[in-house]
Ligand binder design. Structure first.
Ligand code: URA
Length: 239
């Protein structure tokens, strides 16, 4: 059982800033287990205590997990001076300590996990785990079977080591080709650099899965939803 101060609990659950919630507490607006509590230092067990503000129950979440279909034009960061961040799209949340798990480029769309579960993020991003990430891309040029083989062998993209074997699936080979690519690492701009090295620039890029998690097709760019318990358990077990 871990105890937490009442004002900290209310601030973490987004009821207000620390000073706003202190005011509510002093004003007798906050009840713990049916009794008014005017002491901001009161220690509570957030898993057990029934905390109400103005007679409305404050739900508790130690961890939150969201799947965002990241739109183009926002950055995978918690703050930025020039662009909206991916967190700006998560409008209904309890925790203040959310962050994106890994990064997609400014102009990349698709699956991004947003959570405050640092241990899970560490597992998913650990290079040793080789968590697969699958992308769909539109490519400027005709993607060929030779490219498939180069991707499968591993290629020089200007890093110390060649890339790990990647799976390239040609969905449509034309002046503009459509492909699906799965990589098992996450170097900076990796997909774009892989296609650049075969002389075929990426025109559009969208991540459709990461480990056990697949993008919900019902989510339009900019939309998000909470992960289901099954998705969270699956991710914890399988990455
Ligand atoms: N590879 C890229 O080049 N960009 C991304 O956003 C993700 C993978």
């Amino acid at each position: 059982m871990s105890l937490i101060r009442l004002d900290k609990f209310l601030a973490e659950m987004q009821i207000g800033t620390r000073s706003e919630v202190k005011k509510l507490i002093r004003g007798g607006k906050v009840q713990i287990d049916g009794h008014v509590c005017k002491n901001a230092d009161e220690k509570i067990d957030p898993e057990q205590a029934e905390v109400m503000v103005d007679h409305v129950l404050v739900g508790y979440a130690a961890y939150e997990y969201f799947m965002l279909n990241k739109p183009k034009g926002c950055v995978s960061a918690t703050e930025d001076s020039r662009y909206p961040t991916v967190l700006d799209y998560i409008t209904d949340h309890k925790r203040k300590d959310l962050f994106p798990v890994g990064r997609l480029d400014l102009d990349t769309e698709g699956l991004l996990l947003i959570t405050n579960d640092g241990a899970l993020a560490h597992e998913l991003l650990s290079p040793a785990k080789h968590i697969p990430k699958t992308y769909e891309a539109k490519i400027d040029g005709i993607v060929t079977q030779e490219d498939v083989e180069i991707f499968a062998q591993g290629m020089d993209i200007g890093e110390k080591k060649p890339t790990k074997p990647a799976e390239l699936l040609i969905l449509k080979a034309n002046v503009i080709s459509h492909v699906q690519v799965t990589i098992y690492e996450g170097k900076f701009h990796q997909i774009k650099r892989m296609f650049e090295s075969v002389g075929k620039p990426v025109l559009e890029l969208k991540r459709i899965s990461m480990g056990a998690l697949s993008l919900d097709e019902k989510l339009a760019p900019g939309e998000y939803r909470a992960l289901t318990d099954a998705e969270i358990n699956y991710l914890r077990q399988r990455g």
